[in-house]
Write a protein that binds this ligand. Structure first.
Ligand SMILES: [Zn+2]
Length: 806
C-alpha cells in the first residue's frame, strides 16, 4: 500500500522534485483542499447554470403587447385557426388555411397574391423512391416594398400540414410567426429593403411549393436573403441550425440582431447527417443566401395527431418571432448587395450573445491547442510531476472513457427499448428528461470509475494532460473534416492547456493554481454543456451516445477541478490512502446508482397512455383489378395492435410502386369498394418506332397523391411531360422503368404525355392513388386509447392501384 509520492521521471529533472511541488503545498492540507474544491465547483456550477439559463425560451408576450413588438399571444390566435385540423396540401382544409393567410396579409395592406402552379420536387430528394415527384402548389406571397431597396428578404414557412396531424407546431408556428412579424413590420417606419412573405404549400409532400417559388416566381428572380422558420417538436430553444455557404456576414447579422441568438456552426454539420429536409433546401439550389431556424425539443409529437396548437410551448413561438422580427429588421436596413463573404464562420451561443470568428482560424487554433498541450506535457515533465511513461499512459488511458461512455449509453438505450419496444418508432420519448439524465449519470460513472482506477498509478497530471491531448487532436480532425464543429474540442483543450501552464508557473502558495484550472474548466463548461443539452433533442435518445461522448469530453476538461475532491496525490500513507481510494470510488458508485435509478424512473414515468400513445404504423393497399387487398406496416418489430393486421415481410414494390418501398410487413385485408384512378387515352400516335401516348390520370376519390408507372418489359420511356412540363426520365431499377408521383392532384386530373419505345403489343401502365384515413375500411378496428399513429408520410395511407394495358 502507498504509491510512490514522486512520479517516476525519465531524464534529469532540472530541479529537486522531492516532496510536493510548492504550488500545491497549500493544498496538501485536506481542509484547505476541500475548501478550494468546493469554491471551484460552485464557480463551475454557476457558469453551467448561466449557460443553461441562456438557453431558456423567453416569456410569451400577451396579445396586448406594444404594436411594434412580436407577441406570441397574437400569433397563437393564428396558430389556432391554421392548425384547427389536418390540412394536407390539396385538401379543402388547406384551402381554408390559405384563405385565412391571404386575408390576414391583405388586411395589413400588403400586395398579396397566390402563386398557383405545378412544380417538381426541389432537387428530386425524398420522393425519388417512387419516381419523378411533383405537385400542384399554391403559395401565398405578399410584399412589403422597401424605401430604397438593395435586395429582398424572404420570410418563409410552410402552411400545409402532414396527413396525420394538424401541424400545430410544424409549421403553424412558422406561418403564424411570419403573419405576426408582417404585422409588426407594417406598424413602424418602412424598411429600406423589400420584405417578401412566402407561405409555401406542399412542403411535407416534396418541398414543391418552395421549389416553385425559388425557381419561377418573379419576386425570386434576383435571389435574396431567406429566413426559413420551422419546428420539429413542440418546445425548446429556437436554434439557427442551417445556413447557406460562406455565411460569415449572415451569421454576424444574426448574432447582433436576434434577441435570443441560439445557433452553432456544429449544428449545420449535424443537420447534414440527418435525413431531414425543409423548404430551405429548395432555396439553396438557387441564388439565395439565408438562415434556417427551428425548435426541436418535444420531438415525440412530430408529424403525429398530437401536434396540436395546445401542444405548443408559446415561449418557443415567442423566440421564433422575436428572432425573425429582429433579424428581418436588420436585414431590412443593411446593404444586401454584398452578403456573401469568402468564408464560413464558427459560432456558438454563450450567455449574452453569440461568439463568432472566421472559419479560417479553425485549423490554426486547433494546431495551437496541440502545441499548448505539448508544452504543458513538457513543463510537467520538467517539473517532475510526470515522466514520459506516465504521460504516455495518461494519453492512452484517456481514450477509455471517451470510447466507453458512448458505447455504454447506446447499450443502455438498447436495454430500455428492449423493455419498451414502442420507443423504436419515436424520434424521442414523450418525457425524455429522465433518460437524458441517466445517460449523463452513466457517463459520469464511467469517468469517475476510470479516474479512481487510474489516478494513483498514473497521477492526476498525466491523466488530465492525456484528456486534453485527445481534445486537441479531435480539434485537428474536426478542423479538417467538420470545421464548424472544431471549436467544441479545440477551445476547451486550448483553455485547459493554458490553465495548466499558468498553474505550473505559479510557484507561490495561494489560490492561483486553483483559479487557473477552474477558469480553464469553465471554458469547457461554457462550450460543451449547451452542446450536450442541445444534442439530446437534435439526435434523439437513439443516438444518446453522441451526447455521452460530449459529456465525457466535458468531464475530461474538468479533471483538474474534480481532482481537488481527492486527497493530494501521493500525499498520504496507510489508512489515509485507503480513505482516499474509498473517496475516489464513492462518486463513481453514486453516479452508477443514479444512472440505474434514473433509467428506472424514466420507464416508470414515461408509460404509454391515452395522452402519450404508443406509435403504430399501418397502411392499406388494394389492387382494384384483382380485388386483392393488404394491410402494410413499416414497423420492424410490430406493436401488439399492428400485429393484428400484419405478419411476415412481403415485397410490395411490384404491386404498389407508388409506395416507394420494397419490403414491408404485410397481412391479408378485406376488399374495399374503392375505385382506382382512371387512365384515359387522349391521344396515341406512332412515328419512327416511337409511340406517343397522351394520357389523363384522374383520381376517382379525394386523393392526396396519384402515381403512374410504366412496366419496363413492355416499353422504354424516352420522354415524359406532366401538366405541360417535361420531367426527367431516369432509368429505374426493377419492374417499373419509369415512375411519376404527383401530389395534390387537381380534380380534373393530370395530363401526362409519354413517348416510349414499345417492346410489347401493349404498354402496361400501373396507376395508383392514395388517400388518408383507414377508419371506414372493412375489418379496421379503431385504436385503443393508448395506441397512436407514427409520424410518417405514409401512416394511415390508403392506396388503390390498377394496371392498364394500352
Ligand atoms: Zn413537417
Amino acid at each position: 500500500m502507498g504509491a510512490p509520492t514522486t512520479p517516476a521521471t525519465t531524464g534529469t529533472p532540472s530541479r529537486p522534485t522531492r516532496g510536493v511541488p510548492p504550488a500545491d503545498r497549500a493544498l496538501t492540507r485536506p481542509r484547505r483542499r476541500l475548501l478550494a474544491a468546493a469554491a471551484a465547483l460552485v464557480a463551475l456550477a454557476a457558469v453551467g447554470a448561466g449557460s443553461l439559463l441562456d438557453l431558456r425560451t423567453p416569456a410569451p408576450k400577451p396579445a396586448d403587447a406594444p404594436a411594434g413588438e412580436f407577441s406570441a399571444g397574437r400569433a397563437y390566435e393564428d396558430v389556432q385557426v391554421i392548425a384547427a385540423r389536418t390540412h394536407v396540401a390539396g385538401s379543402p382544409a388547406n384551402d381554408q388555411v390559405r384563405a385565412h393567410i391571404e386575408q390576414q396579409l391583405r388586411g395589413l395592406g400588403l400586395e398579396t397574391e397566390v402563386q398557383d402552379t405545378v412544380a417538381p420536387e426541389a432537387g428530386q430528394l425524398s420522393g425519388a423512391a417512387g419516381g419523378a415527384t411533383m405537385a400542384r402548389v399554391r403559395n401565398v406571397v405578399a410584399r412589403l416594398p422597401g424605401t430604397a431597396s438593395t435586395g429582398r428578404i424572404f420570410l418563409v414557412a410552410h402552411y400545409d400540414s402532414v396527413q396525420t396531424g394538424p401541424g400545430g407546431n410544424d409549421d403553424a408556428a412558422g406561418t403564424s410567426a411570419i403573419l405576426e412579424v408582417a404585422r409588426a413590420l407594417t406598424t413602424g417606419p418602412r424598411p429600406r429593403n423589400d420584405i417578401v412573405f412566402v407561405l409555401t404549400d406542399a412542403e411535407e409532400a416534396c418541398l414543391c411549393g418552395a421549389s416553385a417559388f425559388a425557381a419561377s416566381h418573379p419576386l425570386a428572380a434576383d435571389g435574396g436573403v431567406v429566413l426559413n422558420l420551422e419546428a420539429r417538436g413542440s418546445t425548446g430553444p429556437v436554434i439557427m441550425f442551417e445556413t447557406s455557404t460562406n455565411n460569415a456576414k449572415l451569421v454576424d447579422v444574426f448574432g447582433r440582431a436576434a434577441p435570443h441568438p441560439v445557433g452553432t456552426s456544429f449544428a449545420v454539420e449535424i443537420y447534414r447527417a440527418l435525413p431531414n429536409d425543409t423548404d430551405f433546401t429548395a432555396f439553396l439550389d438557387q441564388k439565395f443566401v439565408g438562415l434556417n431556424s427551428a425548435y426541436i425539443d418535444g420531438g415525440a409529437i412530430y408529424h403525429t395527431p398530437l401536434d396540436t396548437p395546445a401542444a405548443m410551448d408559446r415561449g418557443s413561438l415567442q423566440q421564433h418571432g422575436d428572432n425573425a422580427l429582429g433579424v428581418a429588421r436588420e436585414f431590412g436596413a443593411v446593404d444586401l448587395t454584398d452578403l456573401r463573404s469568402g468564408h464560413d464562420a464558427t459560432y456558438f451561443p454563450v450567455p449574452g450573445g453569440l461568439v463568432r470568428y472566421p472559419g479560417w482560424l479553425t485549423l490554426p487554433l486547433a494546431l495551437l491547442a496541440v502545441a499548448a498541450v505539448v508544452a504543458l506535457g513538457w513543463l510537467t515533465r520538467r517539473q517532475g510531476r510526470a515522466g514520459t511513461g506516465r504521460l504516455a499512459a495518461g494519453f492512452g488511458l484517456a481514450l477509455v472513457p471517451i470510447v466507453a461512455a458512448p458505447v455504454a449509453a447506446q447499450l443502455l438505450w438498447l436495454a430500455i427499448t428492449t423493455i419498451r419496444p414502442g420507443y423504436a418508432e419515436l424520434l424521442d420519448p414523450y418525457r425524455p428528461v429522465w433518460y437524458r439524465l441517466a445517460v449523463l449519470a452513466l457517463a459520469a460513472a464511467i469517468l469517475f470509475t476510470w479516474y479512481a482506477l487510474t489516478r494513483r498509478r498514473i497521477g492526476p497530471a498525466a491523466l488530465a494532460i492525456g484528456g486534453l491531448a485527445w481534445l486537441a487532436l479531435l480539434g485537428v480532425l474536426l478542423a479538417v473534416a467538420v470545421p464548424g464543429g472544431a471549436y467544441l474540442t479545440t477551445l476547451p483543450a486550448l483553455a485547459g492547456a493554458l490553465g495548466g501552464l499558468v498553474a505550473l508557473r505559479t510557484r507561490q502558495t495561494g489560490p492561483w493554481p486553483v483559479v487557473a484550472v477552474t477558469a480553464a474548466a469553465a471554458v469547457g463548461v461554457l462550450i460543451l454543456l449547451p452542446t450536450v443539452v442541445l444534442l439530446f433533442p437534435a439526435l434523439g435518445m437513439g443516438m444518446g451516445g453522441v451526447a455521452a461522448l460530449v459529456a465525457v469530453l466535458l468531464g475530461l476538461t474538468a479533471l483538474p477541478v474534480v481532482d481537488l475532491l481527492h486527497p493530494q496525490a501521493g500525499g498520504q500513507r496507510g489508512l489515509l490512502a485507503l480513505r482516499a481510494r474509498r473517496l475516489g470510488v464513492l462518486p463513481a458508485g453514486a453516479a452508477a446508482v443514479a444512472a440505474l435509478v434514473l433509467a428506472g424512473v424514466g420507464l416508470a414515468v414515461d408509460r404509454f397512455d391515452a395522452a402519450h400513445p404508443a406509435p403504430t404504423h399501418l397502411m392499406y393497399a388494394m389492387d382494384a383489378g384483382t380485388g386483392q387487398a393488404r394491410w402494410l406496416s413499416h414497423e420492424s418489430d410490430p406493436q401488439p395492435w399492428t400485429d393484428g393486421y400484419v405478419d411476415g415481410m412481403a415485397d410490395v414494390g411490384d404491386d404498389f410502386p407508388g409506395l416507394g418501398d420494397g419490403e414491408l410487413r404485410a397481412g391479408p385485408a378485406q376488399t374495399a369498394n374503392l375505385p382506382a384512378p382512371k387512365l384515359d387515352v387522349l391521344g396515341d400516335t406512332t412515328a419512327g418506332g416511337e409511340r406517343t401516348l397522351r394520357l389523363r390520370l384522374t383520381p376517382q376519390r379525394a386523393a392526396r397523391l396519384a402515381t403512374l408507372h410504366v412496366d419496363t418489359s413492355t416499353a422504354t420511356v424516352l420522354r415524359a411531360e406532366v401538366a405541360g412540363r417535361s420531367v426527367p426520365v431516369e432509368p429505374r431499377e426493377g419492374k417499373w422503368g419509369f415512375g411519376l408521383v404527383f401530389h395534390a392532384p387537381p380534380a380534373e386530373g393530370i395530363e401526362v404525355t409519354l413517348t416510349v419505345r414499345p417492346t410489347a403489343a401493349q404498354v402496361a401502365l400501373r396507376a395508383m392513388d392514395a388517400s388518408d384515413g383507414l377508419e371506414a375500411l372493412p375489418g379496421f378496428q379503431a385504436r385503443p386509447p393508448a395506441v397512436g399513429v407514427v409520424g410518417s408520410h405514409s401512416s394511415e395511407m390508403l392506396a388503390v392501384a390498377r394496371t392498364y394495358p394500352i
